[in-house]
Design a protein. Structure first.
Length: 198
């Protein structure tokens, strides 16, 4: 197993580039539903952004989240302009809670479909976070940028943590999903690769 070089650049001669057949032609951008469906082919994780307002805790489920910078440590979330949470996320500390595959109810709850069981909050940091999440990043607002019908919110990571024994909740083609179980052969190959790197 080899290490992936994320920052490596690969160049290809234009003459060697492949052209899509007419049957795979791109549909018109005038069809937003088709564009949304096509974008849905990129599987994402699911996060809940949580924050405090007065004596209450709030959250919103999103799947547009990415790391941006290690120095300073920055992450980015994309929030609809119409979201009531946007103003709060630009003004006060918030936590990005990365959900595990056992937290679908939590994702639904903060996506506007309230669930019966209460949310377990952890409140000993800069912003409230959801107990049992796969990972969390406590952030202070860094900047907000125009993203069309969304606003791109950058947060500076001030504190973070993770659980090693939890698998991620995924969103793919408009459906909730999870990673496939790892086969014994794949687990052995991964372990061998880790031993080879040390």
């Amino acid at each position: 197993m080899t290490d992936i070089m994320w920052d490596a650049e690969i160049y290809e001669k234009a003459a060697d580039a492949k052209t899509l057949a007419s049957s795979a032609a791109v549909p018109s951008l005038a069809d937003p539903r088709q564009l949304r469906n096509t974008l849905g082919n990129f599987a994402t994780g699911v996060v809940v952004l949580t924050y405090r307002s007065g004596d209450s805790y709030y959250g919103v489920t999103v799947n547009s989240f990415t790391s941006v910078s290690m120095d300073p440590p920055l992450v980015l979330v994309s929030i609809q302009r119409t979201s009531r949470s946007l103003t709060y996320l630009l003004e006060r500390p918030f936590t990005v809670n990365v959900l595990g595959d056992n937290q679908l109810d939590t994702a639904l709850h903060f996506a506007g479909k309230p669930q019966a069981h209460p949310v377990e909050w952890v409140t000993d940091g800069l912003a409230p976070r959801i107990n049992g999440s796969l990972a969390y990043f406590e952030c202070t607002p860094w900047a907000g940028y125009d993203g069309g019908d969304h606003v791109l919110v950058l947060g500076r990571v001030m504190n973070y943590g993770q659980q090693d024994d939890t698998r991620p909740l995924l969103f793919y083609r408009g459906r909730w999903s999870a990673l496939a179980e790892e086969s014994d052969d794949t687990a052995q190959d991964r372990a061998q690769g880790e031993r080879n790197r040390t």
